[in-house]
Each structure stands twice: as C-alpha cells, then as structure tokens.
Design a protein around this ligand. Sequence first.
Ligand code: ADP
Ligand code: MG
Length: 247
Amino acid sequence: MLYELTQVTKRYTQRRKQVDALAGIDLTIDEGEFLAIQGSTGSGKTTLLQMLGAMDRPSGGHLLFEGRDLAKLGEGDLSELRSHSFGFIFQAFNLIPTLTAQENVETALVPWHVGAAERRGKAEEALAGVGLADRAKHIPSELSGGEQQRVAIARALVRSPRVIFADEPTGNLDERTRDDIIGLLEQLWRERGQTLIVVTHDTWVASRASRRIWLDRGRIEEQEAPDDDSDLDARFLAQAGVAAGVK
Ligand SMILES: Nc1ncnc2c1ncn2[C@@H]1O[C@H](COP(=O)(O)OP(=O)(O)O)[C@@H](O)[C@H]1O
Ligand SMILES: [Mg+2]
C-alpha cells in the first residue's frame, strides 16, 4: 500500500469565510496504479492532489505515504519528499519562458546538487524519452503546446519519482494533442512502473486509467474497486520483457 487516507479534511479560511475543500476522504492507493480523479470544478480535485503530493498539509485526518503521516511531517521532510519522490505536471505547463527546453528540465535537478555534466546528461535523456531530443535548444514560445507539455513531463520524470501527479494535463490542448500526451503518459507508466495520478474532467482521459474516483464537494462520491490483476499482469510482463532485453 503506497497511500492510506482516513478522513482527510482540508479547510481553507479566507477573510471570515471557510471552505471545506476536502470533507473526509477515505482512500487507498497501491504502488503502480494509474488513478484518475474526476469531478466538477470546485469539487476538491486539486486540493486532494496537493495533499497527496505534500505541497500542503491536511487540516485533519491521517494521510499515510509509505506509512509516514504527511499531516505530521515537518517542512524539511515534506520538501525532501517533493524533490525525491514526487513529480508534478500542470495544465499550464509552468515552464520558465526564458530557459530552453533542456534548461527547464535541468531546473528539476538543481535541489540535488549534482554536477553540471550529470545534470545535462540526465536532462538530455529525459527529453529523448519524450521524443524531444531535437528541440532541446528551443525556448517554450518556440514550441507547440503539446511539445511544451512534453518538456514538462520530462522535467517531472528526470528525477525518477515514485509518484507522478498531473493536474488537468491536457486542459490546454486540442483533442489530437491530448491523445498524444495521454498516450505518452500511459506508455511511460507502463514502461516505468511508477504510480500515476491524474486529475481530469475529461471522460476519455479518465477512461485510460486503471481506476477512477469521483469527487463531489470534497467527498468521494463514487469509486471503482481496485483493478483486478489483469492489467497489472500485462505491465509486469512488459517490464520483465524490457528487463530481459526482449523486443
Ligand atoms: N488556497 C485556497 N484558499 C481558499 N479556498 C480555496 C483555496 N484553494 C481552493 N479553495 C477552494 O476549495 C474548493 C476546492 O478547490 P479545488 O481543489 O481547486 O477544486 P477543483 O480542482 O476540483 O476545481 C473550492 O471551493 C475552492 O474555491
Ligand atoms: Mg483544479
């Protein structure tokens, strides 16, 4: 079990108004799942992703990641988790406009204090992994939306995180590019065995996931049972094939 959430709540207070963005979430997530979180605007999807990704702490309940309660960890431990265990992909790509694709990917390795040559090598490899080796020297404004999102995916993957979080990763893309990007995420998920958690209100995107949950006003309104093993078996066989050098 990678995650175990019991009665997780998040209350935001703005001026005198209180919003219960999460109103008691019970959820478990296994290592290697591809989980889609669906729900209408304001239902708490981004908030849930931020809690899972240690970007913020819950107001109540328990949120265990590998047995450690993220609600109780200090800022140093949370920051360590963010930089070593988690990768994030956003709707608006969030690339630095003045840096090249290569440099944008390298920024993810800055907290690691690795040497420049290693940083360059890892970033090149990550860009090649998303099919952008030949665009490495371009700045974001010289790239299409789909290419910018590929750079952002490379930036998330370059640290080989345990969990990849994507918040509406195809929300700014046209339908064909959406299919490319989800196809790429799905391929990377199959090849690498990382856990992938995607927030989306796009039913087609969610249909690619191995499991879906629906949020409504901060609660899980509906959830699919964890997948039977058929899909995971296919992945493990594929990975075993890769490991054994079988084409
Ligand atoms: N930082 C914040 N301060 C105050 N209210 C917030 C904050 N972030 C989100 N909210 C509120 O919490 C609720 C859930 O928001 P969010 O998680 O962003 O939903 P979704 O991603 O499903 O659209 C909304 O009512 C939103 O206005
Ligand atoms: Mg959101």
